[in-house]
Design a protein around this ligand. Structure first.
Ligand code: TXD
Length: 319
């Protein structure tokens, strides 16, 4: 059986890391695409040259020509600009919306059967615009943010409880931003819900609240430290987990920005929800029951995303 083909649209900090991780896991042959001539080709050659050491036979190529992504099974989109200190994710909208238009046209023409994972910020608006620009079925276009946000949450919880990250599960809902909604009652250590761990004295509610806030601020914390850009190792690892679930039909239940058609009382928009990812793409959305407080947090996040969508429509009336 022919190897899968993975196209990385954007070969910057996340794109290069995606290529390296996909090669290490031998998920398929990899095409790095960018408009900055030399970057995709240089990174592709460098990662190829690591192949003999790490023993992967994936072919990795770099290009500035969309024709070279032809027939891709997965497209992971990081094209656009990233934040600098003092910028919010929303500040990127004006520039990145235009980038999504060109990326959407490229995918529509050359890889219409791909499973598309959008990473570009502001994520929930960009993935919605990308699906419209590309015209791909909505179940084949999703956004990566929830896996990253829950991974950040899980890392902080594992540190707090001094337990293996392997046994910490976490649930986050809503947009990728300050309004994200970490669900503590569905987050556990080996199935023990966080509220029970508070009752057991493993942590306090104040410490838990601080961890939730640090998760919300996770992106800004790294931007403030790096000063030259934003996070890329954990975002890349998160998108690769989603791509693997599609390529291997794993039916993983993962948080993702997905198209809603009535779930959680919303439709015609993308926002972070629990999804089942398999060979059909976003195969199901777990329409979990939310408490009044959780629903209010989710609705606030939905309103923030709708505000970004309106800003997009004001810029590009074709949306
Ligand atoms: O969880 C999440 N979704 C976020 C997303 C986590 C971290 C970063 N997040 C966003 O991903 C970030 O705010 C950016 O919007 C993207 C990509 O972040 P990255 O750190 O990889 O940005 P880089 O290093 O600037 O890479 C972007 C590349 C760069 O090489 C540009 O030349 C290229 O995008 N680029 C384009 N490629 C194709 N087509 C067009 N039009 C284009 N414009 C720029």
């Amino acid at each position: 059986m022919a190897r899968a083909k993975i196209a990385l649209i954007g070969s910057g900090m996340i794109g290069g890391t995606l290529a390296h991780l996909a090669a290490l896991k031998e998920l398929g042959d990899i095409v790095l695409f960018d408009i900055a001539d030399g970057i995709p080709q240089g990174k592709a050659l460098d990662i190829s040259e690591a192949g003999p050491v790490d023993k992967y036979d994936s072919t990795i190529s770099g290009t500035t020509d969309y024709a070279d992504i032809a027939g891709a099974d997965v497209c992971i989109v990081t094209a656009g600009v990233a934040r600098k200190p003092g910028m919010s994710r929303d500040d990127l909208l004006g520039i990145n919306l235009k980038v999504m238009k060109s990326v959407g046209e490229g995918i529509k023409e050359h890889a219409p059967n791909a499973f598309v994972i959008c990473i570009t910020n502001p994520l929930d608006a960009m993935v919605w615009a990308l699906q419209k620009f590309s015209g791909l079925p909505s179940e084949k276009v999703c956004g990566m943010a929830g896996v990253l946000d829950s991974a950040r949450f899980r890392h902080f919880l594992a540190e707090e409880f001094n337990v293996s990250v392997k046994d910490v599960t976490a649930f986050v809902l809503g947009g990728h931003g300050d309004t994200m909604v970490p669900l503590t009652r569905y987050s556990t250590v080996a199935g023990i819900p966080l509220p029970d761990l508070v009752d057991m004295g493993w942590t306090t509610q104040d410490k838990l609240d601080a961890i939730v806030q640090r998760t919300r601020d996770g992106g800004a914390e790294i931007v403030g430290l790096l000063k030259t850009g934003s996070a890329y190792y954990a975002p890349a690892a998160s998108a690769i987990e989603m791509a693997e679930a599609y390529l291997k039909d794993q039916k993983r239940l993962l948080p993702a920005a997905a198209a809603l058609s009535g779930e959680f009382g919303q439709k015609d928009m993308y926002v972070g929800v629990p999804t089942v990812i398999g060979a059909g793409g976003i195969e199901r959305i777990a329409n979990i029951k939310l408490s009044k407080e959780e629903q209010a947090g989710f609705d606030k996040s939905v309103d923030a995303v709708k505000g970004l969508m309106e800003a997009c429509i004001a810029i590009d009336g074709s949306l």
